[in-house]
Design a protein. Structure first.
Length: 316
């Protein structure tokens, strides 16, 4: 009997590996929607995709001659960036009209916020759909409207090459969106919290691949710099010794705006001018308004201070 059960489990697993789509996802079918591409929506989507949610940071080519590897002008949205992970090799999608003209607005909404593409494939959460699925749906509409205005770049991105067990696991990851209404910008703390979701992904340590709730924004998450070197994210809690407790708002904003010129063009710093490189998207975030950066600062100051002295650089 035991051998029969083990054999049955093995057969079931083999079937799932051969065709993971047998496993149903928790999300519904795409909505039948048509998003009106107003000038206001396109402008808002441009701002979010380039400077707040920094979609272009992953879905473009990078200029590795400069500090923080800024987006290479003219490649915005073309995709192809490789994420070499424990799951296998995963490539950022082409999100210019060359690819997304074949998608409905509802299909794009589902992929961005719930993690299932137009073919019914589950997306790996390198694309933070769990974050975007907790935003104001109007903001997501704005990003979709903006993406449709990008120049169409012919770039056929390789299909992901992932491990068999990962193809089964990823089917359980998508979840329904729970949209909220974005706070009014006059409520700077709630507004800053709304804007800062991307920050938490890199500045919160993880346990078994999930954010450690006891170390929220406390830094120390490893990020690869090279085949041998890593850099760890900073502590953004208001701890006086190890966090941002000794930084005032003007200083915090200034760190970002050092990469932004008066005519809103990014300031490029050649590699070698700093002690090492960083994956921090300084040139992208520098395009945020001072009010929005200040709101993020106000929100971070409300977090419980966590003493966590981060050793910035390390080796693999």
């Amino acid at each position: 009997m035991r051998k029969f059960v083990i054999g049955l489990i093995a057969i079931v697993f083999l079937i799932l590996v051969m065709d993971p789509k047998i496993i149903p996802t928790k999300v519904d079918a795409p909505l039948d929607i048509s998003i009106e591409a107003t000038a206001e929506r396109i402008a808002r989507g441009d701002y979010l995709a380039n400077h707040v949610w920094v979609c272009m940071e992953c879905h473009s080519q990078k200029n590795n001659q400069f500090y923080s590897d800024p987006v290479k002008p003219g490649t915005e949205g073309m995709g192809g960036l490789l994420f070499d992970s424990e799951f296998g090799q995963i490539y950022a999608s082409n999100i210019t009209p060359y690819e997304i003209d074949h998608w409905t607005d509802g299909e794009l909404l589902l992929a961005i916020t719930e993690g299932v593409n137009k073919n019914g494939d589950a997306l790996f959460p390198f694309h933070p759909y769990t974050l975007y699925g907790k935003k104001d749906i109007e903001d997501v509409y704005s990003v979709i409207a903006y993406l449709r205005t990008l120049p169409s770049i012919q770039n056929d991105v390789p299909k992901r090459d992932t491990k068999l067990w990962a193809n089964v696991l990823v089917r359980f990851m998508p979840k329904p969106a729970t949209f909220i209404q974005k706070p009014d910008s006059s409520n700077t703390i709630d507004h800053g919290k709304y804007l800062s979701g991307v920050c938490a992904r890199c500045h919160t340590p993880q346990i078994n691949g999930k954010p450690d709730p006891d170390m929220f924004y406390a830094g120390g998450l490893d990020h690869p710099l090279s085949d041998t070197e890593i850099i760890r994210s900073s502590n953004l809690t208001p701890d006086m010794e190890t966090g941002i407790g000794n930084k005032n708002k003007e200083n915090f904003i200034g760190i970002f705006k050092a990469f932004d010129s008066e005519d809103s063009k990014m300031i490029l710093i050649p590699k070698g001018a700093r002690e090492s490189n960083t994956p921090m998207a300084w040139t992208q975030f520098a395009g945020m308004t001072e009010n929005d950066l200040g709101a993020i600062y106000d929100y971070l100051r409300t977090l419980p201070p966590i003493k966590n002295r981060v050793e910035k650089y390390g080796v693999k």
